[in-house]
Design a protein around this ligand. Structure first.
Ligand code: PLP
Length: 422
């Protein structure tokens, strides 16, 4: 499928007059349409709720948009909890799916009334000692181990993942939690990341639904919710077919009717914790070509770097690139597109065929709406970019200013360089 930016060259030329590159730009219209489609796809389930994975795009303006479609927040750290609280997402609208959790974070999650999703069997005691009780509503994260396969082959290797309870621990865990006073139970599992197939959620649902029936039979505990977590992917590459959330929702519905309903468990709520699928395609990194270098290869240097988008450097991830205003031209130049870090992996693309790039051209790096800005760091003293929302009426709104040297030096507040910047 052809990948087109959600912004036109004309719009972008206007936006850069007001806001300097680089910046992450988000598509309000796309975010809204997708959030609505997600809600509709699971509307067959009365208790359905999407808990947006805050870590993917921790921006309060964007979370507030998702709020309008009934989304809660999935958090896993103190500051993510603070952010949820700040936008008014509290109580059971927060799913606290953390791991290796510090005591103060359990304490704060409990204060906010969040649903706590335990990552480990030993956390039962740890939580009880930390907050002095076991909450009435509690969830456990399941890791089936081994390799995880769906119809089209092996997808991932949960046996190597640090997360979750084993099956034996899970049974023992629910028994103990019940004895300690828990009344409403949930189960959670996250087995594969960025799946570009409509089969992942239905396959995971089947695994969990069968387990939930077994738990009911063996322990007499009926789950209140089943959390399919994240992992629904997006088509980063033009040759991939995007997931169809309607088909995914229907796939889960079918196994729900086949497994849970006949077992008398037809009122269990389905939860999801999608990050990438909710935001990924609705953000892009806008950057300008500032250097061309002709050595053993052809390089284009841009004004963004891996500090603004780490995925290509970290995972060799593909992000599609559009040279704005040159969409119709032949891709007859082979380039490495680089940032300025003193690290040779600071490349947004390697050997990418693109139209001839001239200095000053704007490049749109696609699909940075999730795990993009959020993974930013400050290596080489490079600063975070701004984030801008392209509103439905086509106007830009600054939703996070760029970091300044003063922000960067703020943690050395004892040192003269910070005082000189006051
Ligand atoms: C990262 C994460 C998610 C979101 O994953 P996506 O692949 O972005 O959908 C959801 N739940 C937990 C616990 C996570 O760690």
């Amino acid at each position: 499928m052809e990948k087109k930016p959600f912004v036109t060259n004309e719009q972008l030329q206007e936006i850069v007059k007001q806001f300097p590159t680089p910046f992450h730009l988000y598509d309000e219209k796309g975010i809204r349409e997708n959030a609505k489609a997600v809600k509709e796809a699971f509307s067959w389930n009365k208790g359905y709720k999407e808990y947006f994975a805050v870590k993917a795009t921790p921006n309060p303006f964007l979370i507030q948009i998702l709020r309008e479609y009934g989304c809660g927040c999935d958090c896993s750290s103190m500051t993510e909890l603070m952010l949820s609280n700040a936008v008014g997402v509290r109580g059971e609208d927060i799913m606290f799916s953390s791991n290796d959790t510090p005591a103060e974070e359990f304490r704060y999650a409990d204060e906010l009334g969040a649903v706590i999703n335990l990552d480990d069997f030993t956390h039962i005691d740890f939580l009880e000692q930390t907050i002095g009780k076991i909450p009435e509503t509690i969830s456990c994260r399941y890791n089936p181990g081994g390799v995880y396969e769906v119809s089209n082959g092996i997808m991932d290797n949960p046996g190597d993942a640090k997360y979750g309870f084993t099956k034996e621990q899970l049974f023992e865990g629910y028994k103990i939690l019940k004895e300690k006073g828990a009344k409403r139970f949930g189960i959670h599992s996250f087995l594969v990341s960025n799946t570009v197939t409509n089969d992942y959620y239905p396959a995971l649902a089947k695994t969990l639904f069968e387990l939930v029936v077994e738990i009911k039979e063996k322990l007499g505990i009926a789950m209140s919710f089943i959390n399919l977590s994240g992992g629904v992917g997006i088509a980063y590459r033009p040759d991939q077919t995007p997931n169809d959330i309607r088909a995914i929702g229907e796939g889960v519905h079918k196994v729900y009717d086949e497994i849970l309903v006949p077992a008398g468990l037809g009122d269990i709520a389905i939860y999801t914790e999608m990050g990438r699928f909710m935001m990924g395609p609705y953000g892009c990194l806008v950057t300008k070509a500032i250097h061309e270098k002709h050595t053993y290869k052809e390089y284009i240097g841009v004004d963004a770097c891996a500090a603004n988008l780490m995925r290509p450097a970290m995972y060799g991830a593909y992000h599609h690139i559009t040279v704005m205003g040159k969409e119709g031209l032949p891709c007859d130049h082979k380039y490495d597109i680089t940032g300025s870090l003193c690290e040779n992996n600071d490349k947004f693309a390697i050997d990418r065929m693109l139209p001839k790039i001239d200095m000053g051209d704007l490049l749109v790096i696609h699909d940075t709406g999730a795990h993009g800005f959020a993974m930013g760091y400050n290596y080489n003293g490079r600063l975070w970019s701004s984030e801008i929302l392209l509103r439905e009426d086509g106007t830009p709104q600054l939703i996070r200013r760029a970091q300044t040297p003063k922000d960067y030096f703020a943690t050395f507040d004892c040192f003269d360089i910070y005082k000189q910047l006051q």
